[in-house]
Design a protein around this ligand. Structure first.
Ligand SMILES: [Zn+2]
Ligand SMILES: [Zn+2]
Length: 247
């Protein structure tokens, strides 16, 4: 009897979900996996932003931003939800290195909510997470970009292509390299194994972090060679270097 009452209670009053980052129970705003306290700590990108790369424009920086004037990227437009700093840096680090696939997917729910009604994503026909090299995938156990892209693709109601783009060159961790070495490191790192899947389409590349943009640019290049009509990029966070903040 007691269990029946408990089951009925659970049915009508399901337990509150707990925040994927801090574990606090909270009233969820579907599909968000984070409590309000954690959301308040995330350094979201605020306008004005560079229309080309999505970085916040600060300190008299004009359109297109300093970075976009000196670099050529193969993606047409890049967007980011947060600045790679503070709490967002901690979350992304944990999602990647602490075996937290739940956190990676949880971060994807922020991408999903952000993407709803986002005009820049209206023409997107397929979502493609930036793949890991098979060796790295075997070590980590999951591709955090893929997990982040899942809730996003669901909200956009677009197919998620996970086998179409492949990483064919094992790359050294970008964070340890100089700018020039990073560019060299990503050269020919990607290949499209199913060209008809992307031919003529506008596709959205999804990754966790963008710093120099070289990885996304190399992936975009491979997709364009395979016949994609247009490539845009969305990352959970974008790096904003100190030099840029200073001028
Ligand atoms: Zn929380
Ligand atoms: Zn820019």
């Amino acid at each position: 009897m007691r269990t029946l009452v408990q089951s009925l209670l659970k049915l009508f009053y399901p337990p509150l979900p707990s925040c994927v980052a801090c574990g606090t129970t909270f009233t969820s705003i579907y599909p968000l996996a984070f409590c309000q306290g954690c959301l308040d700590r995330i350094p979201f990108v605020t306008k004005p932003v560079c229309s080309r790369c999505g970085r916040p424009l600060r300190g008299g920086d004009h359109e297109p931003c300093h970075e976009c004037q000196s670099e050529m990227y193969y993606f047409e437009q890049a967007m980011a939800v947060a600045v790679y700093d503070g709490y967002m840096r901690e979350l992304l680090h944990s999602a990647k290195y602490d075996f937290r696939p739940d956190l990676a997917r949880g971060l994807g729910t922020i991408l999903a909510v952000w993407a709803e009604n986002e005009i820049r994503l209206e023409g997107i026909e397929a979502v493609i997470p930036v793949p890991l090299h098979p060796e790295k995938l075997a070590v980590r156990g999951y591709n955090q970009a893929k997990l982040m892209a899942e809730p996003l693709a669901a909200v956009l109601r677009r197919p998620l292509y996970t086998g179409v783009l492949q990483r064919v060159k094992p790359t050294v961790s970008q964070s340890k390299l100089s700018r020039r070495a990073r560019k060299e490191n990503t050269r020919n790192a990607f290949a499209v194994v199913d060209c008809p899947a992307v031919a003529g389409k506008e596709v959205l590349l999804v990754d966790d972090i963008r710093t120099t943009g070289y990885t996304l640019s190399a992936a975009a290049r491979a997709l364009l060679i395979a016949g994609a009509r247009r490539v845009k990029a969305l990352t959970m966070a974008v790096g904003v270097t100190t030099e840029r903040w200073q001028g």
